[in-house]
Design a protein around this ligand. Structure first.
Ligand SMILES: Cc1ncc(COP(=O)(O)O)c(C=O)c1O
Length: 370
């Protein structure tokens, strides 16, 4: 069947062209012994948390819509971060937070600016929301140079007017390169852009500082966090933003009614009572990360220092996918980012348990010497 729209023939199954994912975005979900490809926590959340959750879920009124304001969860998050509940917005994973941010502040003449290589969904979600993407480049150490910020912001302004870029993304620690933005860097980007600055801190608990420190003095700053990584709750899909109350209200405007189900509202609130255990997991992961980095430095690979729960390394400009496949043959799944611009030959490994990391290291040693 062929339909005709205002712009010519329409493929009814094809949808909008810009919504197609870039090749290689989705990490394959395959059955393997060792899964180190999506930066999840290698350990489940504490048993006592699961017990408390199961107990409380028994009394959730499932026939009623959830609290649209997520009052208790937002109050708990506000207390956790010493902010006001009006500064907290919750959604189904930080990806949905980012989607709301772009629905509220992006749009056809309101571009988003970011610095590649970085988390691929910033650009992809922007395109889903009809927001043009203006991409600058990180330098050789994968840092964001203020001169590049100024140049890219000026390009956005030239193309779309003085209010552009409407939304700028930083990612700290940056996925997949692992580096952390400094306070000066966040401040200097804020000084160079007219719109919102979103600092994606999906791995924020691994970093030595957080942009949350600037939240009270910077009304255009939005800090995005998730329960998927350090809280060991990727299966529950919960993320949030801390921002100025006006920005939070703008995000709530574009979220669908009752988007945050009652079960995850309970889960998030209860999880915050186990923050000591979360910090212990973070400390253990950092120790393992340093052990893995040391072992990798004895192999013929180039690696970048990481302040997250993953490590980026380069095997050789051309053999990234071959090595990735070799690891898969050993039932070890990591992330192939070798076809991302600027990451030729690179792979990213999530830090797992000690035994998973050992399996990865010995498989990599074998693959590289084959
Ligand atoms: C930097 C970054 N932001 C956001 C996300 C998405 O997290 P969520 O599971 O909260 O949607 C990820 C997941 O890998 C990530 O790496």
């Amino acid at each position: 069947m062929s339909l005709t729209g205002t712009n010519g023939p329409v493929d009814p199954g094809g949808g909008r062209r810009e919504t197609a994912l870039r090749p290689g975005y989705h990490s394959p979900q395959v059955e393997v012994d060792v899964r180190l490809n999506t930066n999840e926590s290698p350990e489940p959340p504490p048993h006592a948390f699961v017990e408390a959750l199961a107990d409380e879920l028994r009394s959730v009124p499932l026939h009623r819509y959830p609290d649209r304001e997520a009052t208790a969860l937002r109050a708990a998050l506000a207390a956790h971060h010493a902010v006001d509940p009006a500064q907290v917005f919750c959604a189904n994973g930080s990806n949905e937070v980012i989607q709301c941010l772009l629905l509220a502040h992006g749009g056809s003449s309101r571009p988003a600016m970011l610095f590649e290589p970085t988390y691929a969904l910033h650009a992809h979600i922007a395109l889903l929301t009809g927001t043009p993407v203006i991409a600058g480049r990180r330098d050789d150490a994968f840092e964001v140079d203020p001169a590049e910020v100024a140049r890219t912001a000026a390009a956005a302004t030239r193309a779309h007017g003085p209010a552009s870029p409407a939304v700028t993304f930083l990612c700290s620690p940056n996925n997949p390169t692992g580096g952390v933005e400094t306070t000066d860097s966040v401040r200097s980007v804020l000084a160079l852009v007219p719109g919102i600055l979103a600092v994606d801190e999906a791995y924020g608990q691994f970093a030595p500082w957080s942009a949350l420190e600037l939240i009270e003095s910077e009304p255009r700053l939005v800090v995005v966090r998730t329960f998927s990584k350090t809280w060991a709750m990727a299966g529950l899909r919960l993320g949030y933003a801390i921002a100025d109350p006006g920005v939070v209200a703008s995000l709530a405007n574009v979220a669908l009614p009752y988007h945050l189900d009652a079960l995850k509202q309970v889960a998030g609130r209860l999880a915050l009572g186990f923050s000591h255990e979360m910090h212990d997991r973070v400390a253990a992961t950092i120790e393992e990360r340093e052990r893995v980095a040391e072992a990798l430095s004895n192999l013929p690979v180039e690696l970048w220092p990481s302040k997250a729960n993953f490590i980026l390394f380069r095997v050789s400009p051309r053999s990234g996918s071959k090595v990735w496949k070799g690891l898969l043959d050993h039932s070890v799944l990591i992330r192939d980012v070798s076809d991302w611009p600027g990451l030729e030959g690179c792979l990213r490994v999530t830090i797992g348990t000690r035994s998973e990391n050992d399996r990865f290291l010995s498989a990599l040693g074998e693959v590289l010497s084959a």
